[in-house]
Design a protein around this ligand. Structure first.
Ligand code: SF4
Ligand code: MG
Length: 288
């Protein structure tokens, strides 16, 4: 008999230390609501965290957890999901962590297509280190590291993911937890790598991309009859101007996940296989 889980099952005794009003609270709530609806028990869930304000969530989510090096959450999660595909693997990181230090891992993890869900808290700054320019900061925005205005073009994670062949590309908003919850559920159910970029107001350091700024610009793809199986249509949505910020599922395509390419994983997860099969001794010896 399966137990029906509650939001409290995914909480620890530690209450978040985020600034009051931070968008991270909305994402934390949506994640817990999605886990309840998916009815994933905490012992069947691993969350790998990047470095940043979002990564502090490692203390607030009750599940197996791993708090990795800056930008390195994805390869750790890929290894975990290959070692034990019997549990759900979710990665929580930020725009600086994932699209800056971890950019190469982002691209190559999309190419590998492991069965994991990547939840990016995209606040367009490095929040934890006091608001410096991040890869998604708008050109011209003044921050402590670019006091005359950011000079670089911002990374467009949605366009990059679609161009790299990602099978699930979605964007949510931290101020709409019900919508975001549905995206997380769809992302976890998708087989293969799923990207959910979440627009997340940093109320302390980003005074441009505020809740109101987003409310005036957000457009729900599902309200505009967007066909998420149409790659060209999805691409066009990634190219919309600054006054239209689409949220929802941009693109979804069924394809084999990384785990599907290993015959030995079809029987059962690697961790449940006999020690003989996991013994690397003979392999290493053959290379001597
Ligand atoms: Fe949130 Fe910004 Fe405060 Fe970090 S610095 S907790 S992102 S509001
Ligand atoms: Mg950030």
């Amino acid at each position: 008999m399966s137990t029906k889980h509650t939001m409290q099952d995914f909480e620890t005794h530690v209450f978040p230390t985020w600034c009051p009003g931070c968008g991270d609270f909305g994402i934390w709530t949506a994640l817990k609501e999605a886990l309840v609806e998916l009815n994933i028990p905490p012992h069947k869930l691993v969350v790998v965290f990047g470095i940043g304000c979002s990564g502090n969530q490692a203390n607030f989510v009750r599940a197996y957890g791993f708090h990795g090096l800056h930008g390195r959450a994805l390869p750790v999660a890929e290894g975990i999901s290959l070692a034990n595909h019997g549990i759900t693997t979710i990665v929580v990181g930020g725009d600086g962590d994932g699209y800056g230090e971890g950019m190469a891992h982002f691209i190559h993890t999309i190419r590998a297509n492991p069965n994991i869900t990547y939840l990016v808290h995209d606040n367009q700054v490095y929040g934890l280190t006091k608001g410096q320019t991040s890869p998604t900061t708008a050109k011209g925005m003044k921050t402590p590291s670019t006091p005359l205005g950011a000079t670089d073009e911002p990374v467009n994670p949605m366009a990059l993911a679609i161009a790299t062949g990602c099978g699930f590309v979605a964007r949510g908003f931290a101020g709409d937890t019900d919508h975001l919850k549905k995206l997380i559920i769809a992302g976890v159910r998708h087989r293969g790598f799923s990207l959910i970029d979440v627009l997340q107001p940093c109320v302390t350091f980003n005074h441009l991309n505020t809740y109101n700024w987003f409310y005036q610009r957000l457009v729900k793809l599902e309200d505009n009859k967007h066909d998420s199986s149409d790659r060209q249509a999805a691409w066009l949505q990634t190219q919309r101007g600054i006054d239209h910020v689409p949220i929802g599922i941009f693109y979804q395509e069924e394809k084999a996940a990384l785990q599907d390419g290993f015959a030995m994983l079809a029987e059962k997860p690697l961790v449940k296989q006999s020690a003989d099969k996991r013994n690397l001794g003979p392999l290493l010896k053959s290379m001597q």
